[in-house]
Design a protein around this ligand. Structure first.
Ligand code: ADP
Ligand code: ASP
Ligand code: MG
Length: 405
């Protein structure tokens, strides 16, 4: 019998009827396979828990330890309810928390990484013909603290567990029936992609397509795991994530992604001498702040430079504090931040061997009077930073320009 890991996201278990629907999908798949099912919290629950934590804490930051104890309860609710629903259908389901399933993390609260999985208990339960229902998004630190994996982290649990169990496939069920050329909820003309390479999917996720969490794609690619995205609502075929060599047609541009959770930081009048960038980015890295696009221009005096870079919006205030705290050693003249920006990316493996892709992107945005604030590229991706208000206009016009609709 094959081992299949199925993961259902928040919208798929949003209410009792959806949970019953998920229970029957699981029951139908159980006839042919051994099943491990990873679940998210009901849609909106994690946000609600964060809101409540902030309310009780007043102006104080809740401790990350307590935050993780709280956030992990969302997933615990759905695993218990779904197990009950399966059992009511005559199935034999059993729920496990991350710790019970042997998921050990590095202990970093609210953004833990899985460091090890001991799948013995899961194997034992599968051998006893159970359907194992596992709480996503959580694991235990080596010293037994509950830790969560960061937003969207249930995808990581599913892929990590599938890799550890050497599962035949990992199916990610969600509220759309596959990966589309762009977010189908913002552009109805988006086209479903039948097969996409790991590399393209990784770029799409890291550039904002939240349909798969970025680290989960990275992990699937590393372990060569067969990964599929499909709908828990319709019965349509989904999208397979495959090796590039298995793609018959390599699209020049297969998708357009956007992220409106970006912030731009500009440090002006930075001395143009060796070591300054290392100092700025070193202090941000020490605080786990990930920097994305970087642009540096030399000022007219030739002595100082202006440095612009992007980070996640929710880290903007912390980044500002860190840079201000280092003002005497960086010796800049001014610092400004702006969260009203979005990053738009076009992605495609075929880009590697095709010229003119960037030109088309810039021209399309120019035709729509959208100004580009920063640019970054990789072998299979071009990203630009623009004002947030133009996000949808940019995505739609690029979608048309690359004939994706
Ligand atoms: P889940 O709760 O199942 O984890 P998410 O909300 O995390 O679901 O991810 C699914 C959402 O991802 C879709 O509703 C869609 O709006 C969004 N999305 C963004 N980009 C894409 C894309 N390129 N293809 C499909 N969905 C996308
Ligand atoms: N419940 C968590 C979140 O909302 C994890 C997940 O859904 O994947 O981010
Ligand atoms: Mg998700």
């Amino acid at each position: 019998m094959k081992i299949i890991v199925m993961k259902f996201g928040g919208t798929s278990v949003a209410d009792i009827n959806r949970i019953k629907n998920v229970a029957s999908i699981i029951r139908n798949n159980f006839k042919k396979n051994k099943l491990v099912v990873v679940l998210s919290a009901m849609a909106g629950v994690t946000n609600k828990l964060i809101e409540m934590a902030n309310e009780v804490s007043c102006d104080n930051e809740p401790t990350e330890r307590e935050m993780d104890v709280l956030l992990s309860t969302g997933e615990q609710t759905t695993i218990a309810l779904t197990s009950m629903a399966i059992n009511a259908l005559g199935g034999k389901a059993i729920s496990l928390t991350g710790a019970q399933a042997g998921i050990v993390t590095d202990g970093e609260h609210t953004k833990a990484r899985i460091s090890n999985i001991s799948p013995d208990e899961v194997h034992r339960l599968l051998d006893e013909d159970h359907i194992v229902i596992l709480a996503g998004f959580q694991g235990s630190s080596p010293d037994g603290r509950i830790t969560t994996l960061g937003r969207g982290g249930s995808d990581i649990t599913a892929v990590a567990l599938a890799s550890s169990l050497k599962a035949d496939r990992c199916d990610i069920y969600t509220d759309v029936d596959g990966v589309y050329s762009t977010d189908p909820n913002i552009d109805q003309t988006a086209k479903k992609i039948e097969k996409i390479s790991y590399e393209e999917m990784l770029e799409m996720s890291s550039m904002g397509a939240k349909v798969l969490q970025t680290r989960s794609v990275e992990l699937a690619m590393k372990n060569n795991l067969s990964l599929q995205v499909l709908s828990s609502i319709t019965n349509l075929p989904g999208t397979m994530i495959v090796n590039e060599k298995d793609l018959i047609e390599k699209e020049v541009v297969s998708g357009v992604s956007y992220s409106d959770k970006e912030a731009k930081v500009t440090i002006s009048g930075v001395p143009d001498i060796p070591g300054i960038s290392a100092k700025i980015f070193g202090s941000l890295a020490d605080n786990n702040i990930n920097v994305d696009m970087i642009v540096q221009n030399i000022s007219q005096d030739g002595i100082t430079a202006n440095l612009t870079f992007t980070i996640q919006e929710n880290e903007m205030d912390l980044a500002k504090q860190i840079i201000e705290a280092n003002k005497s050693s960086i010796k800049y003249t001014s610092l400004s931040t702006n969260a009203n920006v979005s990053k738009i990316s076009v992605i495609g493996v075929g880009m590697k061997s095709q010229s003119g892709v960037a030109q088309k992107m810039f021209q399309t945005l120019a035709n729509k009077h959208i100004n580009i604030l920063a640019i970054s590229t990789s072998e299979i991706k071009i990203s630009v930073l623009i004002d947030k208000e133009y996000t949808h206009r940019a995505v739609k016009s690029l979608h048309i320009a690359y004939s994706l609709n």
